[in-house]
Ligand binder design. Structure first.
Ligand SMILES: [Zn+2]
Length: 200
């Protein structure tokens, strides 16, 4: 923090508002000397008077700390950039969840006929058992990967308090579920509920 810059800025804004040091001190219920100290960059206004000071000078707390006016345009720009990042994440998450469904359905559609085929195929029993084992391990591994995708894409929403969170992988995997709605503990209110998957 550049105290001198901030001090100069306070003085400048005070003059813009056509207020004397004495008047400002009176409005904030502090001594004249305190105001003089801020403006000379000797110390910062205390947090107790900061909100009122900003109101009088018509600046934001952010601007006070920066020691300069922050253009509305820049604030809007920053806000828009943040919104775009959030939107991009939402779209990626949606694609991930679509991918989870496609792979999930494909796996089930492949697994069931394969098992039936293997059951009736003419082969030695140990070969049959080995193939079923390999197939099952493959499906389990894919299922674990799909849960990982589901865990990181979007958030789970607590039914009790509305808090949105990303649980750990094992908390997600071990939770009972219907589709993507999982029965889990909320990290905020500590209540257990059926938490829906949400993207925002
Ligand atoms: Zn909660």
């Amino acid at each position: 923090m550049e105290l001198r810059k901030i001090g100069k800025f306070i003085a400048e804004r005070r003059k813009v508002q056509k207020i004397t040091q004495e008047k400002l001190a009176e409005m904030l219920d502090v001594s004249d000397r305190a105001v003089s100290k801020w403006e000379r960059g000797i110390c910062m206004p205390s947090t107790a008077v900061m909100p009122e000071l900003c109101k009088i000078l018509e600046i934001s707390v952010n601007e006070l700390f920066c020691g300069e006016r922050i253009e509305m345009k820049d604030e809007k720009k920053a806000e828009r950039a943040l919104m775009e990042i959030a939107k991009a994440k939402e779209q990626t998450d949606k694609k991930l969840l679509d991918f989870e469904v496609i792979v999930g359905v494909a796996i089930v559609m492949m697994f069931v006929p394969s098992i039936i085929l293997l059951a009736y195929a003419d082969m030695q029993n140990w070969v049959r058992a080995a193939l079923i084992c390999i197939l099952t391990i493959f499906v389990v591994v894919v299922a674990f990967v799909l849960v990982k995708i589901e865990q990181v894409a979007g958030y789970y929403e607590c039914k009790k308090c509305g808090h949105k969170h990303v649980p750990t992988y094992w908390a997600t995997n071990l939770a009972p579920h219907f589709g993507r709605t999982r029965y889990m503990k909320c990290p905020k209110c500590a209540e257990k509920s059926w938490q829906k998957k949400v993207l925002k």
